[in-house]
Design a protein around this ligand. Structure first.
Ligand code: ZN
Ligand code: ZN
Length: 131
């Protein structure tokens, strides 16, 4: 199940609505590949075919911060396990740049989310669940 969250700046009230986690049908590869652009989806498929049918992968949507356009968005990520190592492929910001990914279970990081507009502290609230 996924969660909807809202980041709101305590100072200027700028807010972002994001989705994190995964839906019940995000265990189907065809479906999750559709969250990535064609080139990225090809790379994921290539990596998985090298590992064979039993390759372990896991999809989830994460909080991404884009420095280039100064905003937060939901970023699709796919983790492939290979020999105990995690290979994370992440989608891009809508502007085409790479985002910094924020772990929502990293409390220290979550408590220090800053507003891109005024650098004020942002409050994180859970606004709902989705599946
Ligand atoms: Zn602000
Ligand atoms: Zn951007």
């Amino acid at each position: 199940m996924g969660r909807s969250i809202r980041l709101t700046c305590n100072d200027c009230k700028q807010s972002y609505d994001l989705k994190i986690g995964q839906s019940r049908s995000d265990n189907k590869l065809d479906r999750v590949l559709g969250y990535f652009d064609g080139q990225t989806a090809d790379l994921i498929q290539e990596k998985l075919s090298l590992l064979g049918e039993d390759a372990y992968w896991n999809y989830r949507s994460m909080i991404g911060y884009c420095k280039a356009c100064g905003s937060y968005s939901s970023i699709p990520t796919l983790t492939i396990k290979d020999n105990g190592k995690d290979y994370v492929t992440a989608g891009k910001c809508s502007c085409g740049d790479t985002c910094e990914l924020i772990e929502d279970n990293d409390q220290t990081r979550m408590n220090d989310i800053r507003c891109p507009k005024c650098q004020g502290k942002m409050t994180v609230e859970i606004t709902g669940n989705w599946d």
